[in-house]
Write a protein that binds this ligand. Sequence first.
Ligand code: KG4
Ligand code: ZN
Length: 367
Amino acid sequence: MLKLLTIETSCDETAVAVATDEPRILASVVASQNELHDEFGGVVPEIAARAHVRQIVPALHEALDRSGTALSEVGAVAVSTAPGLPGSLAVGLTAAKSLAFALGVPLVAVNHLEAHVYACLPSLWPDRSRGLEYPMPVADNQVFPCVGLVVSGGHTSLYHCRSPLAFELLGATTDDAAGEAFDKVAQLLGLGYPGGPAVERAARGGDPARHALPRAFLHDPRLDFSFSGLKTAVLYGLAPPSAPQGHARPGTPLDVEHLRRPAGQELADWAASFQEAVVDVLVAKSRQAVRRVNAGRLCVGGGVAANRRLRDRLVGMADEESIQLVIPPLCLCTDNAAMMALAVEKLRIGKTDGLDVEANPRPERQR
Ligand code: KG4
Ligand code: ZN
């Protein structure tokens, strides 16, 4: 049995896991940085990179200890090299290269968005009952072939995934990611970071039809997304009627300081209307993608997959389209290193990387 050490530091989680080649997860450690970025309402790249430098070695120790693995037992090292924040990726990649060099074992570079789809493999889940397999259960531990939807703070992408090693990008966001829109709108509404859970909580009891907000590309055949106009529409909606001319009007910068802060039912209505607009688009584009490639399965990953409204609406869509829907447990939706066990599929066919491999921070559509 090969033991694989996996490292994921693409954004603001310092994550290390130990996996077997089944694959099964022996230990998965995620050191969050949420409290460091809270006051800025979003991830500050410089702060994230420095925190990874502090946290990476303790996280490595903890993953090895918890899995009862000696460094000498590690048979390969996997690391996310794309996409992500350059400074953050560099910390994980340097740690992985150093370990692979010192131990004399293979290094495997993994695209962390592809790993988000791989996280839908039930054998990776710590407790199967906490994932969403609809209709229940996924009897065959299968993920591929599928359409993969990755919705996180940094990415909103749809893939046609024929196998663990054949991902085709079908579409992606042209500006903000869905999670980023949640975070920015949370800031406008005076809620904390991360914004997704805060907006979801605030939306309870709200009327999703109260505000007519834009749904970009909804009837467009392209499978791309755009969320920046939605965020701006919320900004204009919150601008006080007495705002000086030009304040919070098209072409002027965000002036969060002078916005009205809705409360009570008004806050709930704004949060619910915004959430519904995001969910409408994500569900519609996923349905379009499934139909286009004639997929029988939709696998969802990324932090936004935690959203209850999105989950419920995806279940409804899966029913209508007669497809299987898989959403991993929450700890495998958000950034983690367990999903990096995708590397075992590469190892199986000898697809390893040299110690000169570089990080590629750019989103896929810009490559
Ligand atoms: O995948 P993730 O942990 O990190 C990356 O961005 O790679 O995703 C974090 C994102 C944040 O933008 C956060 O606001 C969003 O996922 N999120 C949610 C919810 N929980 C987390 N968005 C909507 N509803 C949620 N319940
Ligand atoms: Zn991610």
